[in-house]
Design a binder for this molecule. Sequence first.
Ligand SMILES: *[C@@H]1O[C@H](CO)[C@@H](O)[C@H](O)[C@H]1NC(C)=O
Ligand SMILES: *[C@@H]1O[C@H](CO)[C@@H](O)[C@H](O)[C@H]1NC(C)=O
Length: 426
Amino acid sequence: MRSLALISVASAFFASALATALPDLDNLPALTGFAPLNITMISDEGSLEKRQPGGVNLCRDINWANCGYAKQPFNLCIQLDSPWWHSISAIGPDQYNAIVAYEDYNCGSSARLAIFNPGYPNLVPAGWNDRIGSFRVLQISGPTCVLLYGTAWKKEATGDLVLKALKAGFRGIDTAAQPRHYNETLVGAGIKEAISKGIIQTKFTPVSGQDLHNMPYDPKAPLDEQVHASVASSLAHFIFEDPANAYIDSLVLHSPPSDHFSDLLKVWKALETYVPHRIRQLGISNTDLHVVSRLCNSPDVGVRPAVVQNRFYPATRWETDLRAYCRIQRIAFQTFWTLSGNPELLRSAPVQKLAESATISAPVALYALVLGLEGTTILDGTKSEAHMAEDLRVTEVVDGFAQSEGGRASWVACLDEFKALIGEAE
Ligand SMILES: *[C@@H]1O[C@H](CO)[C@@H](O)[C@H](O)[C@H]1NC(C)=O
Ligand SMILES: *[C@@H]1O[C@H](CO)[C@@H](O)[C@H](O)[C@H]1NC(C)=O
């Protein structure tokens, strides 16, 4: 079980920063009925399960005290009676679930609160303490994480750095089945050593990106067999308890295997066979708008991409067009090279001004502004423990400073200026 301190640090941040990528409160699916709360477990402290469908943890005291754990069917209105009615002070859904809470008894009030994993350890600041009268649970896709720890080029230090990143508070890890640049074995070892809760994203890398003497499949095998061998090798690195339950949260196709869409489709169809039981979502990296829109629109594609991972740098005009498309399609856009590719942005006026007014470093200010673009997640590959801790302070900016009375105007001005600088259309 994850330490409570870490849950509370991460909680509200995830809720707000991800709100745009998740269900639209104004366009919720129709309710399928009404039901009473079905508590399956009572405990003194919160017991967030990792990803039970419909899993919800509700507590009558802040900081996950005096709690009940319930598994509720999706999209039913769960009506609260005594002792829960207007008495909930902390609430959180399991991963891949979202809660929409209402003030009234029938999921009908206009006062609503969207809640994402890991939820609110304290509903007071959100203005919702002792106010929830009913709620519904929705299934959502995609790992709930805005900062992923990047593991490329860490070599023998990989396991140790993964452990440090998890201890610092990272809850997402990005790797690849590409031994040339990543050591997935050590990523698995690092996670095993730390905790069994977190998000793992790895990749299938086509032959062109591999080192022929060190790769997880036979380069001469047909494309679909290459995919199966690569996925099997990755899954073997992420067995934490029962091998039958090994899974990967997110698998990203490292780059299209060739210029032919038919080859990409072969790989994608092979990957689709693992969704959702072995791989929860698919993504693609190092690609462009043309390929992503073909993937989204092809009648042959059964599982749409949930993630696009690309460089964030001037040469592609910071992918303004592709990111706009991803926002509409509700695809998470993961940036890399965010710091190293942008020395000029780091020195730019909006970044410097935000750093000064929020009393954070310039890199953290840049991260905050990139998150402010919405629909974005950042890959952070720092090797320094001090930077890991510092970078996670981005949560204070996006969630605290940007929403605060004293900070809001400055945040909006910096964000507008930042958007203008990178050519982001309003
Ligand atoms: C309550 O939840 C448990 C565990 O998920 C389930 O087995 C049971 O059928 C549920 N009861 C009702 C009345 O829905
Ligand atoms: C990963 O690290 C382990 C342990 O040091 C080592 O045995 C293995 O060869 C490394 N793998 C790669 C692909 O470098």
